[in-house]
Ligand binder design. Sequence first.
Ligand code: TRP
Length: 331
Amino acid sequence: METVVSGIRPTGNLHLGNYFGALRNFIQMQNEHNCFFFIADYHSLTTHPTPHDLHGNVKQVLVEYLAAGLDPEKATLYIQSDVPETAELYLFLNMNAYIGELERCTSFKDKIRQQPQNVNAGLLTYPTLMAADIILHKATKVPVGKDQEQHLEMTRQFSNRFNRMYNVEYFPEPQAFNFGQALVKIPGLNGTGKMGKSEGEGNAIFLADEPAAIRKKVMKAVTDAGPTEPNQTKPEVIENIFQLMRVVSAPETVQNFDEQYNNCQIRYGDMKKQLAEDMVAFTAPFRERINELLSDEAYISKVARMGKEKAQASASKTIREVREIIGFKSF
Ligand code: TRP
């Protein structure tokens, strides 16, 4: 059994791409490993959210992950700022993180370009905070996408540096958790290839979407003029619609439209109508659960409290030992 840590950005509105990507793997992992999943609300301060937005986003994300199947009895599901031990370890790690290596980090360079008016120290030290999140629980595995590999490499660097500096073998070297074939690619609806929140209007189907919104987006999905010869290879935009259908519709439905495509009888309007209804049916239980949970303050606070307790048990042990190693001893 591995100790797994992963941070979740507190930006609400999970879409099908998230669901079939990282989220389903989290749900799988919670059955097999000692998992810590947390909502990275300290990290989000780099963009200066209002208190109202910050709180609302954390709640929405927590609720959506619960609705999607994260189980607070199996995994430790917590809010980062509920575990201030994180901030203490971040401080320790920052003393041995060098300006040069932090400035070379790709995500920092991107941020400088994206928000030149707000290049704060939190952005620069984002990788040390992320390292603190991970090694706080002495994680060995971190389920992250390609875009986070450099941060993970820096985490290994920081934990090795700590070990060398104090001549201990305290922190393990966390590795990326590779899903391999398990990741299903979910295309977007506007022809951009990938479902994503920032890929443009109408591109993503969110788990919390109302049926009317789903129908509207699906009916607007990009198609083409239709096949002109039997058994033609499908162009990407059409393959995308079929792929979406494969994840939410019955196999017979997909086969049916596939045959219609192959004998040039397909009517995309009919296909999209069917896809819309299957999307509505697929997302219905999530939407209902999200709405139920949003109004269940007592349950939300119970989940948060449970997560905090479990995460703090692990974090406070690490911090006690780290303080001892560093030389902070009580008199
Ligand atoms: N940086 C991650 C992201 O943008 C979120 C994150 C913060 C994280 N701390 C983490 C992921 C620790 C894994 C482990 O998605």
